[in-house]
Design a protein around this ligand. Structure first.
Ligand code: SF4
Ligand code: SF4
Length: 257
């Protein structure tokens, strides 16, 4: 998600409830990190049910933490986000980690329209990669990390107003809401929803509220990535297609005890 205003230090970070949620999130993610099945997953396609239990428990801590810090904000910072409000779901979702994409793939793998979902995301991924490729010199590797061309390609992608493949176009709701990525959880608008459209004149100036995770949680997510031994593309459409096609070859994940 784009961040027109810089992230701020979280005023509630020293409150006991905030610290409890971070401690619990840490415990849950450490339990994921230490599962012995992770390094072999790419060849076995097998994970214990505990992987999903611990990872989704960590996400639930994050949701409680977000609710807590937003409740402490003053009336001038009332967020405008409501169920079914989805102008922001045209935004390229970046910063996806391996456990997130595994969680999402497992969630949608049995859906009757999973093939269409895959094809839609594949087209979105190709669109973004094509935008990026015209910014690179012949023979040059696609830019990565914090290369400014990625942010520029991100803005150009958004201006095409292409909705996320997981958005239910009729209801305006996220179809993967319980397992949606961290990047879709932390971002809120303080200005009216129409300003969240890239076609709105105030799009880049709108007031936003972000609820970031502390660095120690991001470090744990990186450790989990490392234990898996592979790293999908780090934007949602690309990660979903790459994981489905190259890692799972469209097979379901085998769930063990
Ligand atoms: S960020 Fe904007 S479009 Fe998205 S839910 Fe909030 S108000 Fe609605
Ligand atoms: S995953 Fe869900 S919340 Fe995130 S952009 Fe897609 S539809 Fe919106």
């Amino acid at each position: 998600m784009l961040e027109p205003t810089p992230p701020r230090a979280e005023p509630a970070a020293n409150e006991p409830f905030y610290r409890e949620q971070i401690a619990e999130m840490t415990r849950q993610l450490e339990a994921v990190r230490d599962l012995p099945e992770l390094p072999a997953f790419r060849s076995t396609g097998r994970l214990p049910a505990a992987f999903f239990e611990h990872f989704n428990a960590a996400l639930a801590c994050y949701d409680r933490l977000i609710e807590f810090v937003l409740a402490a904000d003053g009336p001038d910072e009332a967020i405008q986000c409501r169920k079914g409000c989805s102008n922001c779901c045209i935004d390229l979702v970046r910063g996806i980690t391996t456990p997130e994409i595994i969680n999402i793939y497992h969630h949608v793998r049995t859906w009757p329209d999973v093939k269409q979902l895959f094809e839609y995301h594949r087209d979105s991924a190709e669109l973004f990669m094509n935008i990026l490729s015209v910014m690179t010199k012949p023979g040059e590797e696609p830019p990565g990390g914090r290369d400014p061309r990625i942010a520029e390609a991100h803005v150009r992608f958004n201006s095409m107003n292409r909705r996320c493949g997981f958005l239910d176009a009729e209801t305006g709701c996220c179809r993967i809401y319980p397992v949606r990525p961290v990047a879709c959880r932390y971002f809120f608008s303080l200005d009216p929803p129409e300003t969240c459209s890239p076609l709105h004149v105030l799009y880049l100036e709108r007031r936003t509220r972000t609820v970031h995770l502390p660095e120690e949680i991001h470090a744990l997510l990186r450790e989990i990535d490392h234990r898996f031994g592979f790293r999908p593309l780090n934007f949602l459409a690309g990660a979903f297609c790459q994981f489905a096609a190259e890692v799972m070859r469209t097979r379901p994940i085998q769930i063990g005890q």
